[in-house]
Design a protein around this ligand. Structure first.
Ligand code: FES
Ligand SMILES: [Fe+2]
Length: 351
């Protein structure tokens, strides 16, 4: 049910320290830990002896030692010690996942370990490889990952879900104030480039939405962009911003907070179960330190609205899994994304 031949983010680097970290990913219980030399290892979180979660145990050198009867498994998943035996019985092992640390995140390969190819890790080229410059934000979403994919390929919703002028009608909605009534009439450009689906919204000479106006310090009219580049199965690059009209839009050389406010989101979505999802965001920006807190607040406000909506959609699906969804003319990118996922799922299933 989930595409497996991909690198997914399992955790941010800072989440994996001395203690093993348990996390369900693609419906599999996984334990992440750091070996004595600082490398990250990822094993199936069930001891091969009596299925006790290995995450309850402790790290010893390269190995993870089960808390129940003390069996030790190395980072390859091979049992390397059984108490009171000189040599562990042959063939006792747990599954291990290829793990790579990059951009301040831990990436796991869920396909055949023989085919794990690091060059296929989602490219976050604006970030330093070691992640030292990224702002990292995590959300836990009680909704299927495809509802997040929908949300990020359809950016028309910014004009509604994130528009404070709709707040009175829908309650909750629009507190982030990154939308306004003019946004709805932007130019939408949907196209596919290779395996990447683009759904770009561009605005010229409009009144900037309240939050962008404030953060950018824009006086008059502005040009804006919210670009969406989807890569299967659930990764997005989103350059977002507003700049004073006539200064070059996305290319505007104005400083952050002095007529321009912009950033790029790398969004990495990892299914937990069919109805819950880990949502990792890596943010590239050129904000001054005092702007970072406000930028962080902005992302949190916007996502509170998105997550509120997606969890309610999930509840509808829970009540009626066969519920029909319909497409409208601005859903070109959503339709392409859904079709691509279906095609890739058929290919992986070998159908
Ligand atoms: S269950 Fe892990 S050592 Fe027995
Ligand atoms: Fe949104």
């Amino acid at each position: 049910v989930f595409l497996r031949n991909y690198w997914y983010v399992a955790a941010f680097s800072h989440e994996v320290g001395e203690e093993p970290l348990a996390r369900v990913l693609l419906n599999e219980a996984v334990v992440l830990y750091r070996t004595a030399d600082g490398r990250v290892a990822a094993l199936e979180d069930a001891c091969a002896h009596r299925l006790m979660p290995l995450s309850k145990g402790k790290v010893s050198g390269d190995a993870l030692v089960c808390c129940y009867h003390g069996l030790a498994f190395n980072s390859e998943g091979t049992c390397v010690n059984v108490p009171r035996m000189t040599k562990p019985p042959h063939g006792i092992r747990v599954k291990s996942y290829p793990a790579v640390e990059r951009y301040g995140a831990i990436w796991l390969w869920f396909g055949d370990p023989q085919t794990a190819d690091e060059s296929k890790i989602f490219d976050c080229s604006l970030l330093a490889r070691d992640g030292s410059d990224s702002m990292r934000i995590y959300f836990y979403v009680k909704a299927n990952f495809m509802l997040i994919n929908d949300n990020l390929t359809d950016l028309l919703h910014v004009a509604f879900l994130h528009n404070p002028s709709h707040r009175a009608r829908y309650n909750q909605v629009g507190a982030s104030a990154i939308g306004n009534d003019e946004i709805e009439h932007g130019k939408l450009d949907v196209r596919q480039e290779g395996a990447e689906i683009h759904g770009d919204w561009i605005w010229s000479v409009i009144t900037p939405p309240p939050t962008f106006k404030m953060l950018a310090g824009i006086q008059g009219r502005a040009d804006g962009w919210v670009l969406s580049r989807f890569q299967p199965p659930s990764f997005f690059v989103n350059p977002i911003g507003f700049a004073e009209t006539g200064t070059g839009a996305i290319e505007s050389p104005l400083e952050q907070g002095k007529g321009k406010f912009s950033f790029t989101l790398y969004q990495c979505i990892t299914p937990e179960t069919e109805r819950t999802t880990h949502f990792f965001k890596l943010l590239a920006h050129k904000w001054a330190p005092e702007m970072c807190e406000r930028g962080n607040q902005l992302i949190n406000n916007v996502n509170a609205e998105d997550i509120w909506a997606m969890e309610l959609q999930q509840q509808t699906l829970d009540r009626n899994p066969a519920a029909q969804m319909h497409y409208i003319h601005t859903d070109g990118a959503v339709l392409r994304m859904r079709r691509l996922i279906e095609k890739l799922s058929r290919e992986e299933a070998g159908a």
